[in-house]
Design a protein around this ligand. Structure first.
Ligand code: IPE
Ligand code: IPE
Ligand code: MG
Length: 242
């Protein structure tokens, strides 16, 4: 890897809470929707940058189960952006050889948006270089509640030995992220020091990196900064230092 990442370990899985689109727009006297549009451009570049440097999984938080509380105007601007972005993403993902997946509860979206998500997943299923996971209408607590419902339904259909069967792996296999390794590095932009209901189960041992940059200003340099910081961490997973 040439440049600043030479000799550095690239995290297999980077998860990003892309925050600050609204503040970015406000600082420029623009409507929030234009901040989200600029955020989509930054996301496109980040998908390409991550694929280029050899990240295996990129998960981004695009819309939370709590974001429906925003004004009708903002929610509808976001839904329209998803529509446009999903179509554009098919081309980008194919160019970059990225398989796309979605986590979250898509049932609340309009039928055409659900069809767009399904099409993106279907048309990129053969891609191998990177897996791009989009969290929309995602909430960690909602994901866990849905997983518990799935486990209980499966018990009703085929009763099992609860003490033997319900292991951490069993729970993980019922989450939306089943089959996806846990994030190694969690990045949050805009300086907020909170998780905002993003992947509470999966980030148990992720390294956390917060930057004051607002999401539309995120760039390859910022990504490199995060990876360099990650390389300075000692991951112990609760074990003793050697
Ligand atoms: C992140 O930007 C994108 C979404 C949550 C959809 P925000 O819209 O949260 O931007 P700020 O935090 O208000 O600046
Ligand atoms: C988290 O950002 C959700 C996404 C990035 C999609 P928010 O802006 O919604 O989170 P809070 O309200 O600052 O916690
Ligand atoms: Mg925000």
């Amino acid at each position: 890897m040439p440049g600043r990442l030479e000799g550095k370990v690239i995290p297999d899985h980077i998860a990003i809470i892309l925050d600050g689109n609204g503040r970015w727009a406000k600082r420029r006297g623009l409507p929030r929707a234009l901040g989200h549009k600029a955020g989509c451009d930054a996301l496109e570049q980040t998908v390409r940058d991550c694929a280029k440097i050899g990240v295996k999984y990129l998960t981004v938080y695009g819309f939370s189960t709590e974001n429906w509380k925003r004004s009708e105007e903002e929610v509808s601007a976001l839904m329209n952006l998803f529509r446009i972005y999903l179509k554009k993403l098919i081309g980008i993902a194919k160019e970059e050889d990225c398989r796309c997946l979605m986590i979250g509860d898509k049932s609340r979206f309009a039928p055409d948006l659900i069809a767009g998500i399904d099409q993106l997943i279907r048309e990129t299923a053969h891609c191998r270089k990177m897996t791009f996971v989009i969290a929309i209408n995602y909430g960690g607590r909602d994901e866990i509640a849905r997983a518990v419902r799935r486990m209980m339904h499966s018990y009703t259909e085929h009763p099992f030995d609860i003490d033997e069967t319900v292991t951490e792996k069993f729970v993980a296999d019922h989450l939306d992220t089943a089959g996806i390794p846990d994030p190694d590095l969690l990045i949050r932009t805009s300086g907020e020091l909170r998780i905002s209901n993003f992947l509470p189960w999966q980030i148990a041992y992720s390294e956390i990196y917060v930057t004051d940059l607002l999401w539309p200003d995120f760039s390859m340099t910022a990504l490199e900064d995060a990876i360099i910081a990650y390389n300075g961490r000692e991951r112990r997973f609760g074990g003793r230092k050697a």
